[in-house]
Structures are given as structure tokens and as C-alpha cells.
Design a protein around this ligand. Structure first.
Ligand code: 5GP
Ligand code: ZN
Length: 143
């Protein structure tokens, strides 16, 4: 399988690795939104957020908290965004699941989506659909 992040894990491609342990690895993004923009990934290859088993997600989240705290302190950021792009439509370009830690500064830039408004009653319709799907999936997800 052709995966640049697996290549980084295996040492076949270079990266500025910040931290690694048995389960996760973290390195600088080569095309940073702000300096210090960091990626955190599991060492095992999973395509996207929905395909990661719970124990791997735990390792990842714990590592995220550890790495984010050090990155933000090192670059004197005022805050940070944790971003995960899951699927092409959401901007995922590397299909080895990863989180982005993006250091932020007051007034640096704004994400500007075109916000929508729910028409009358529509918010409940969307909520009903999602609640019904959650009910369907609950038993298989939580076991
Ligand atoms: P995505 O769009 O999939 O959420 O994010 C992929 C990220 O990986 C992008 O921000 C991109 O700059 C970064 N990236 C792509 N190729 C490489 C690489 O070879 N090395 C490093 N360090 N980052 C990469
Ligand atoms: Zn991979």
C-alpha cells in the first residue's frame, strides 16, 4: 500500500518527528497553516476517523493532549485548533488518519464558512433523523 505517513513511520521518508511511542507518532506538517502545525497519527494504518478502533483512538487522544500542550507552549500560541478531515469532501488528502494541531494567535485568520439557517421546524427534523440513526447503531457500537 502506498502511504506517505506509513513511509514516515517506517523511516523511508523524512519528517521532523516530534514524539513517538509504541502506538503513535507526531511530526510537523510540511505545509503549515501556522508555524508549529503538527500532525498526530497512529502507527497502525487506518483510513479515517470512523475506522479507528477505540483503544487506538485512546492512544491518539492521549498523545494529542501531550503534544498539543508542548507545541502551543513552544510557539507561544494563544490557542489552537484540533482538526480532523475525514473523507475527500472534508479535505482529507492523506488517507492515513491524522489529527492536525494548529497553533492560533489572536486575529491571525478566520475560517469563514457560509453559515446556513434552519427553516421553521427543520432543526427538529435533522435531529430526529440523527437520533434515529444513533438508536439503530447504538447496540453494535457500544456492544
Ligand atoms: P489532510 O488534508 O489529509 O487532512 O492533511 C494532510 C496533511 O499532510 C497536509 O496538511 C499536508 O501538508 C501534510 N503532508 C502531506 N505530505 C506530507 C509529507 O510528506 N510530510 C509531512 N510532514 N506532511 C505532509
Ligand atoms: Zn499509512
Amino acid at each position: 500500500m502506498d502511504c506517505i505517513f506509513c513511509d514516515i513511520i517506517e523511516g523511508r521518508s523524512e519528517a521532523e518527528i516530534l514524539y513517538q511511542d509504541e502506538n503513535i507518532i507526531s511530526f510537523l506538517d510540511i505545509r503549515p497553516v501556522n508555524y508549529g502545525h503538527t500532525l498526530v497519527i497512529t502507527k497502525k494504518h487506518f483510513d479515517n476517523f470512523l475506522s479507528i478502533p477505540p483503544n487506538e483512538l485512546n492512544y491518539l487522544m492521549k498523545g494529542m493532549q501531550f503534544v498539543a500542550s508542548a507545541v502551543i507552549k513552544s510557539v507561544n500560541a494563544d490557542g489552537f485548533n484540533l482538526i480532523l478531515n475525514s473523507g475527500k469532501a472534508a479535505g482529507q488528502t492523506i488517507f492515513h488518519f491524522h489529527f492536525h494541531i494548529i497553533p492560533r494567535y489572536l486575529n491571525d485568520f478566520r475560517f469563514k464558512p457560509d453559515f446556513k439557517r434552519y427553516s421553521d421546524g427543520a432543526i427538529k427534523e435533522f435531529a430526529d433523523k440523527i437520533r434515529s440513526e444513533l438508536n439503530k447503531q447504538k447496540d453494535s457500537f457500544y456492544g
